[in-house]
Design a binder for this molecule. Structure first.
Ligand SMILES: *[C@@H]1O[C@H](CO)[C@@H](O)[C@H](O)[C@H]1NC(C)=O
Length: 331
């Protein structure tokens, strides 16, 4: 779905042994990794809409107050998506699974994602509390200001709104860590695919930066084998990387929410990353993130990127293998 249900996923991990979860909640768990390796339970289907097959021009809107080091980490991740120079398993190897999705004409998702522009909204143009809809006003503002505005690229533009840790967003931390959707002509003038992801560092790292942090109410992190250090030194940022990856995979395969998704309800679809929440390596399940690597400091990662960077990114659904998959899989 367009929501990033890490919160529900963590609940699933914590409480899956309880038989008391409501039906509504258990529906939300439909896409989690319990389906890893199985093929028939899932009804992922192509609903005939467009997908992002042209080279993507990505525009970042940095909303709020950003630490330049955190911005570099995020940009290096985005540069890594189309870089062929990183050692395997790389971020671009990870994107290969997303490329397996095709449209009616048989065209695959693009392998080219370029960072085509950045806009800095350090003045919090829409305030420090954003509704879901006001994310579209953030985009509108970035396109229409007089100074250094972003281009309105309706041909192959993808807009990524990233909010700093002091910005509250409707449903952030409670139901979502990020989402993707498309803009309405009545607000922005045209229909553009976009995604939003929040920095959860001070608000809810235990929810949106899992497995680098652990929910406060669940007892001691030390007791849990899944907890690990953040490979780029800031758990809010490292947590965002996986959510950004999740949203990019989903917005590419379901930009207008009428292409690749599972489930009968297009307003709450299970998309290709929803199906693999919490899965970062082989053998994942029951709160275990799967087999990943540890750097010399003991921080967890599963992908290599540009400039020697390492990232921990969740897997996505592989339509050929019919299972969750990532390039660090152990065969
Ligand atoms: C395009 O998608 C098809 C179907 O999943 C796959 O067989 C093929 O390898 C993909 N091509 C690329 C370049 O990823």
């Amino acid at each position: 779905m367009q929501d990033m249900s890490h919160f529900l996923h963590v609940c699933f991990i914590l409480f899956s042994f309880l038989a008391t979860i409501s039906n509504a909640q258990s529906n939300q768990f439909k896409g989690s990794k319990k389906y890893e390796g199985s093929s028939n339970l899932l009804d992922l289907e192509y609903h005939m809409g467009p997908i992002l097959t042209s080279p993507i021009n990505l525009y970042i809107i940095w909303y709020g107050h950003w630490n330049p080091n955190h911005q570099s980490t995020i940009k290096d991740f985005l540069y890594s998506l189309s870089s062929s120079s990183s050692p395997s398993p790389s971020v671009s190897d990870w994107w290969r699974t997303v490329r397996l999705y095709t449209d009616q004409t048989g065209a695959n998702i693009t392998n080219s994602i370029s960072l085509a522009g950045e806009f800095i909204d350090s003045g919090y143009s829409q305030g420090k509390y954003l509704s879901r809809l006001s994310i579209q006003s953030v985009i509108k503002n970035s396109l229409s200001v007089k100074y250094r505005s972003l281009p309105l690229n309706y041909k192959n533009g993808l807009y990524l709104v990233l909010t700093s840790s002091d910005v509250q967003v409707q449903d952030f931390c409670r139901a979502v860590c990020g989402f993707h959707y498309f803009t309405f002509p009545s607000i922005v003038g045209v229909t553009l695919p976009y995604a939003w992801v929040g920095h959860s560092g001070t608000q809810c790292p235990g929810v949106c930066a899992y497995p680098f942090a652990w929910p406060k109410y669940s007892g001691t992190p030390g007791a849990h084998k899944g907890i690990m250090g953040a490979p780029n030194g800031d758990l809010g940022t490292d947590g965002m990387i996986s959510v950004i990856a999740h949203e990019l995979a989903e917005v590419s395969t379901n930009p207008l929410v009428n292409a690749w998704y599972a489930g009968d309800d297009p307003s709450a679809p299970d998309e290709i990353a929803d199906m693999c929440l919490g899965t970062y390596g082989s053998g994942a399940g029951g709160g275990y993130v799967g087999q990943v690597y540890k750097d010399r400091m003991g921080n967890g990662y599963n992908l290599n990127g540009v400039k020697g960077r390492r990232f921990l990114v969740q897997w996505v659904w592989d339509p050929v293998r019919k299972s969750c998959f990532g390039p660090n899989a152990i065969h």
